[in-house]
Ligand binder design. Structure first.
Ligand code: ATP
Ligand code: MG
Length: 137
């Protein structure tokens, strides 16, 4: 059993496809272990994506992530980290495989609808960034 942190980004919440995104994860056998809809401040977004602080897109990305509400969730299941990444599709929707969330819903490489932890180490940082242990079941 593995846990990962996923976010439905502001473009996904704005398009009213929260249910459709969650359906993709649930129908792959994954379970939602925690879930909240929140609005990130610029500082919240910068802290979350701190690994990208030297990247040219960091400022624009953190503006985007704090531009509207998001849904943060802990997803669990066997191999959840990799499974969620597969269901999301490649970062750039132009490269995302057909049938993935990003291929079906994302506008571009920045407004790409979902986030998913990319490793156990990332999940270990990202899950407690939003959820105390007692809020995950
Ligand atoms: P995420 O971490 O959000 O799950 P990812 O792991 O597929 O996405 P990363 O390389 O970690 O991709 O980039 C984090 C986010 O930064 C991307 O999801 C996207 O929103 C944004 N981003 C990445 N590359 C670019 C780029 N070249 N231009 C603009 N935004 C980008
Ligand atoms: Mg990433």
């Amino acid at each position: 059993m593995e846990r990962t942190l996923s976010i439905i980004k502001p473009d996904g919440a704005e398009k009213n496809i929260i249910g459709k995104v969650i359906e993709r994860f649930e129908s792959a056998g994954l379970r939602i272990a925690a879930l909240r809809k929140i609005k990130l401040s610029k500082e919240d977004a910068k802290g979350f994506y701190i690994v990208h602080k030297e990247r040219p897109f960091y400022d624009s990305l953190t503006d985007f992530m704090s531009s509207g509400s998001v849904v943060v969730m802990v997803i669990e299941g066997e191999g959840a980290i990799l499974k969620v990444r597969e269901i999301m599709g490649a970062t750039n929707p132009e490269d995302a495989a057909p049938g993935t969330i990003r291929a079906d819903f994302a506008a571009n490489v920045e407004k790409n609808t979902v986030h998913g932890s990319d490793s156990p180490e990332s999940a270990g940082f990202e899950i407690p960034y939003f959820f105390p242990a007692l809020d995950i079941c």
